[in-house]
Design a protein around this ligand. Sequence first.
Ligand code: DI6
Ligand code: FE
Length: 401
Amino acid sequence: MAKNMLLTNATLATMDGPSAYGLVRNGAIVMQDSELAWAGPADDLPAEFRTHEPVDLEGRLVTPALIDCHTHVVHGGNRAKEFEMRLEGASYEEVARAGGGIVSTVAATRTATQDDLLAGALSRVDAMIAEGVCSLEIKSGYGLDIENELKMLRAARAVASRRKVRVRTSYLGAHAVPPEYKGRADAYIDEVCIPGLDAAHAEGLVDAVDGFCEGIAFSPDQIARVFDKARALGLPVKLHAEQLSNLGGARLAAEYGALSADHLEYANAADAAAMANSGTVAVILPGAFYTLHETAAPPIDAFRQSGVPMAVATDCNPGSSPMSSLLLAMNMACTLFRMTPEEALAGVTRHAARALGLDDAGMIKPGLRADLAIWDIEHPAELAYRMGFNPLWKRIFGGQL
Ligand code: DI6
Ligand code: FE
């Protein structure tokens, strides 16, 4: 028998339709099992739903549940030491070249058991859930050998069996060159990264394929070989592109019809035009910009003008963005990059869904999953406005309060 729930006396930010935030005053929502059946002004509620026992939200704001579309929550150890080094003047690239950076997290991740990785990830995921997140992406990329990449992805899948969240995994074998392949990036791609992708895919552990296209990581040609393999396996791609320099990663991602290109501080108007053509989402990651004292901001205006959808995410990782608050990422996107609060909310709902290839989430709309966040605030702009304050009242995951 279908289980129904009627929510009334709410303001809805549906993030659907032409009006700002898709705002509905004095709104109602009907959920049937795990799906949204109806949403709109309470006065228009169809008679068939009027018999349901209502839950009175006392004027609270309802948004789609939040989606963190770029995270590295599965990883071993932390990098507080490197944080100190960088504050004493070392750059992110200098730390990386001195054997710190991503490679030091690789050592900690290789030593950790799958259960250790899961426990660490859950502590960060719990912070996200407490802010209304119902879906998140989790990348591999700190194992950098086949067994340890698989271990990370298994831990990522296990997150969804321990908590009421949906997880989308990305295989990030092309994140950094591990110490045993130093100076032999091509051999790493052929001998580890690509066979590792095969193995992870065979185990059903991969929803998308990611890479880091950068001077300290992999060239566009090397990434293209990984993307060719992804294409052969029928997997969508995404890319860390133009984070520290412009190597043409965003255009490469666009050529492969990528779901998203992420970071993009050094992207330009031509990159934005290419991404608009391929429908590639720009994932804006202000936590990394902030942590690295970056001064080049992503070309938000060019994305707007070309009509590139912008998502916002935490990039939660131990090095460049030790941040698990998506609400803080929204605030930073507005204050650091002058995105509007409405763009920031679209960035963690509708456009984040698109960056993950999810067509059943990110808006309040009949037929989509009943994943909702209910907030003790009056207007959706308040979500991006505050810092370090969490107004979540309740979260609904798949129709369950
Ligand atoms: N760019 C980033 O900001 C993260 N990965 C990447 O490719 C940083 C990962 C780290 O520093 O551990
Ligand atoms: Fe990242």
